[in-house]
Design a protein around this ligand. Structure first.
Ligand code: BES
Ligand code: MN
Ligand code: ZN
Length: 500
């Protein structure tokens, strides 16, 4: 991992670093760029005059041996219109800077891009974003390649220039938070990217055990026989066709102590963790079926957030429950037509075995009640319909409480890990009516993301939110297929906001 620092020193003390600084359109310069221009007797102005750079957003230009400057390299970044320079532009500019620097041999960077005032955000935000974007840009997954992607990057130190740091502690906290969150994102990505013959239910449970080394963490594992005893029949049915037994790891983090050892009013995070979803008897078609290895990204996100909470030792009580299993086909598989009695006692008529996520989750939601949670959030790659509704940019939010919904949306805006609320309403429940059981497991073609949410809502009796990350958990391009680590930053921010 790269080292990150902050400084309010003048650039002279960083003669061994590549200086990265900004230029707006119409030759407006960042204050630092202006300084460099002055030192170099107008070298930058003359370049701009000759239109070597127009300042268009994300344009880049490397300069070497700038007159009167000790620094050997300068990277100018176009920042677009000065007046429309906002958080999104800032993010794009940082992305562009790292992309440019990772392709040439640069060891140290002095980043001057944070000095410009951004409406509605402080240094903490800028530092967090910068570090998280650098991490994003440098992530590679090449565990299974004999010939590793030859990244030229030898970058190992980035210093952010923050003029007149008067909130040094706050800024250092930003570095610490960002590094831990960035690592968490990578953990979620790695787990998501692992193939399903490697990342099996048992593998996830083993990973979970790794967290037990942290203070205030304890792990419970609910295995097949325990589920059987409890009557988690919907959970078990989903796994019936798999050679691997289902398993439900529970990660308990008690950062907020009271007299007893019992975790009080925990925030519970539940992650859908299908290590592979073939669809079961209602089998999926072959096109992109490989991507159903990502059907455990909800569980990966929860695992990563528990890592972050433990690493930062947040003064909160949080329980992460991973609903892990595999949806396969065999003569043992559950069938369309089967009726299951869930842990809650409600019966479900199976109409489609590919709607398995809600089945594994409904028993987990019922199980969660025993902890008397203050909040429960489930995170799941639940429906293709959510991808149709919101595409790949927004995760779907469904929620039974206004405050919780507001808090999640606020955290999503801070982190740009966007979510969009969809309505839950009893009218939709009619779509789940069954002729022979309490409800069916699918609600027909219309409003598929919502009817899935409504299905889950039937099993909750506490403040609850459901995040459908089917469109956001991974990128699906032929040559660039990868887990995104979403919504790890959103959830981490949601937790951090609880400390204020
Ligand atoms: N894991 C899938 C959802 C999914 C599909 C996510 C494609 C991302 C891309 C889920 O288990 C599923 O198969 N859902 C069905 C539900 C339907 C049968 C009601 C779906 O969306 O097609
Ligand atoms: Mn499915
Ligand atoms: Zn699924």
């Amino acid at each position: 991992m790269i080292k990150f620092n902050i400084t309010d020193d003048y650039i002279d003390s960083f003669s061994d670093s590549c200086v990265v600084t900004g230029v707006f359109e119409k030759s407006y310069l960042f204050p630092s760029t202006k300084k460099i221009d002055n030192i170099s007797n107008g070298y930058i102005s003359s370049l701009l005059y000759r239109e070597a750079l127009q300042g268009k957003i994300t344009q880049t230009l490397f300069l070497y041996d700038v007159p009167n400057l000790y620094n050997k390299q300068i990277l100018l970044i176009g920042c677009g219109e000065k007046n429309s320079f906002d958080q999104n532009q800032y993010k794009k500019v940082i992305h562009a800077a790292v992309t440019a620097c990772k392709n040439i041999p640069i060891v140290k960077i002095l980043l001057l891009l944070s000095e410009f005032n951004l409406p509605g955000c402080d240094n903490y935000w800028k530092i967090r974003q910068t570090i998280e974007i650098v991490n994003e840009e440098l992530y590679v997954f090449n565990k299974f390649k004999n010939k590793k992607n030859q990244s030229k990057s030898i970058l190992n130190e980035i210093t952010l220039y923050i003029p007149n740091i008067n909130e040094l502690k706050y800024c250092q906290q930003a570095i610490k938070d960002a590094i831990v969150i960035a690592r968490g994102v990578n953990i979620a990505k790695d787990l998501g990217n692992l193939p399903p013959n490697f990342c099996t239910p048992n593998y996830i449970a083993e990973q979970t055990q790794e967290l037990s080394k942290y203070n205030n963490i304890s792990i419970d594992i609910i295995d097949f026989s325990e589920m059987k005893k409890l009557g988690m029949n919907a959970y078990l049915a989903v796994n019936q066709g798999s050679n691997y037994p289902p398993i439900m790891p529970i990660i308990k983090y008690q950062g907020h102590k009271n007299e007893s050892d019992i975790i009080s009013d925990p925030i519970i995070l539940i992650g859908k963790g299908l290590t592979f979803d073939s669809g079961g008897i209602s089998i999926k078609d072959a096109h992109k079926m490989d991507e159903m290895k990502y059907d455990m990204c909800g569980a990966a996100a929860v695992y990563a957030v528990m890592y972050i909470a433990a690493e930062l030792q947040l003064p909160l009580n949080i329980i992460g429950i991973l609903a892990v299993g595999e949806n396969m086909i065999s003569s043992n598989s559950f069938r369309p037509g089967d009726i299951l009695t869930t842990l809650s006692g409600k019966t479900i008529e199976i109409l489609n075995t590919d709607a398995e996520g809600r089945l594994i989750l409904c028993d987990t939601l019922t199980y969660a009640k025993r902890y008397k949670p203050s909040i429960v959030i489930d995170i799941a790659t639940l429906t293709g319909a959510c991808v149709v509704a919101l595409g790949n940019h927004f995760s779907g939010l469904m929620c039974n409480e206004e405050k919780l919904s507001k808090d999640l949306i606020f955290a999503s805006q801070q982190t740009k890990d966007y979510i969009w609320r969809l309505p839950l309403h009893e009218e939709f429940q009619n779509q789940l009516k069954s002729t022979c059981a309490d409800m069916t497991n699918v609600g027909g073609r219309s409003a598929g993301a919502i009817t899935a949410g409504c299905f889950l809502q039937k099993f909750v009796k506490y403040p609850w939110a459901h995040l459908d990350i089917a469109g956001t958990a991974w990128i699906s391009h032929d040559l660039n297929k990868s887990s995104t680590g979403r919504p790890v930053t959103l959830l981490s921010q949601f937790l951090l906001n609880k400390l204020k």
